[in-house]
Structures are given as C-alpha cells and as structure tokens.
Write a protein that binds this ligand. Sequence first.
Ligand code: DGP
Length: 117
Amino acid sequence: MSENVPEDCLFCRIVAGTIPADVVAESEHSLAFRDLDPQAPTHVLVVPRRHVPDLAALATASPGELADTVGLAAAVAGQEHLPGYRIVANTGAAAQQSVFHAHLHLLGGRELRWPPG
Ligand code: DGP
C-alpha cells in the first residue's frame, strides 16, 4: 500500500489482507474477489492495489495499472468460463458508487439485459 492510503478504506484493507475476502485471482497491480452482495452468479470485484477513488483517477495515475485491472477481470471471466460478461464501474454517489476505491464489477453467468437499470 502507498503512504496516502486512507486507514478507513475497505478495499485497501482487503488488499492488505486485514479484512477477509473470497479472492479468486490476483496480479501484480490488482486483486479480484467475490462481491458480498452478488447480483449475478458470477459477481467479482476487481480492484487496483493502488488507492485511487475511481477508474478515471486510475487511468490518470497509471494507464498500465488500469490495463492490469481490466486484464485481470478478463482473466477471471475466462476462469469462470463465462460466454459473455459485463464490466461496470459505478462512478460517483449519483451512480451508486458506495466504496471510493476504484473497482470494476465483473458480472456474468446469467442473461444480462440492456439497458441496465
Ligand atoms: P459500488 O456500489 O459500485 O461502490 O460497489 C461496492 C460493492 O462492494 C458492492 O457491490 C458491495 C461490495 N461490498 C461492500 N462491502 C464489502 C465487503 O466487505 N466485502 C466484499 N467482498 N464486498 C463488499
């Protein structure tokens, strides 16, 4: 973890291993673990190890780490044998972001309708 990590950041604590999570995959810069409140048979959160508030901030801070996070999501989709999947990044409270550490939701394993709610 970097020195500017907020002590109360839930996902920083999961990355650090001080809060348990069902980890399904990891890479140099990212960690993937199952969502506590799954919205699909596969619902995995993929987070950068670096603390940034959202995905756009990660793109600004490190395009390479953003690529690592997206790549890990795709690897998990393969691991779970998903024929198709959806990646969602709620950004801002108005879009239902509740944890302000960048993360992707990887959703699959059921029919995913469009438009989303
Ligand atoms: P968002 O609302 O986009 O910020 O997504 C946050 C997600 O984090 C939400 O789907 C529920 C999940 N979540 C909240 N607390 C925990 C936790 O302690 N462990 C895990 N695995 N997931 C959590």
